[in-house]
Design a protein around this ligand. Structure first.
Ligand SMILES: [Ca+2]
Ligand SMILES: [Ca+2]
Ligand SMILES: [Ca+2]
Length: 215
């Protein structure tokens, strides 16, 4: 009996050790991403990659990963890098405001939401979020969650950036109802349906924009 139970225990241990489950991902499953990286045109950029940490070594390549989302401009998988237990899924484009991205990693589903400025994670960006940010600034927070412009500091500049987000997307914007394609931007005669805090010089945020109408 002792031998038999020892054998069963050993087999179970082998089975457990050979199975590589996801330990964590970054961004993590269910996360509302509130901080927004801004590019040189003040375009609001969400994450462009996801790190996956496994409990045991395994291989992972681009064919194992599928992306889908609630917008028409879903990123694709550009590449998967890394070896052993840590792999990084690179997207072909950044997540955009209001995007809910479903990442199917070899059958494991991870959903993340990019709601700029939504610090309490309730699906909108309103005065409650403004208060949370103001308290973070006055309290000397070091959290990267509040560092909207990614300059390494949480200060009044981030509060101004937060104001820009709310002005651009609407006061009290409800991200769950947000349709990216409602925002157009006309630059040098061509319209794109990207969301930007401020469009490049000479462009218009009105829809349809001129000289070319938005689709
Ligand atoms: Ca909120
Ligand atoms: Ca709210
Ligand atoms: Ca900052």
């Amino acid at each position: 009996m002792i031998l038999r139970s020892t054998l069963i225990t050993a087999i179970c241990a082998m089975a457990t050790n050979s199975f590589a489950g996801i330990a964590w991902t970054d961004p993590s499953a269910g996360k509302v991403i509130a901080d927004a990286q801004l590019d040189h045109n003040d375009k609001v950029l969400g994450p462009r990659q996801m790190t996956v940490q496994y409990t045991a070594s395994r291989t992972l390549d681009a064919a194992d990963v599928d992306l889908s989302c609630n917008q028409s401009n879903c990123p694709d998988v550009d590449s998967v890098t890394g070896t052993g237990t840590t792999h990084v899924i690179h997207f072909t484009s950044n997540m955009t405001p209001g995007m809910e991205l479903t990442v199917d990693i070899d059958g494991d589903i991870v959903v993340v939401k990019f709601y700029p400025g939504d610090f309490d994670g309730d699906g909108d960006t309103d005065s409650n979020d403004e208060t949370i940010l103001a308290n973070a600034v006055s309290g000397g927070s070091k959290s990267t969650n509040f560092d909207i412009n990614k300059d390494g500091k949480v200060d009044t500049v981030d509060e101004l950036e937060w104001d820009d987000i709310e002005t651009t997307f609407g006061v009290g914007v409800v991200w769950a109802n947000y349709v990216l394609d409602d925002t157009c931007c006309c630059d040098s005669g061509s319209c794109t349906t990207v969301a930007e805090i401020s469009c490049p010089a000479g462009s218009s945020t009105s829809c349809p924009c001129t000289p070319t109408s938005c689709p």
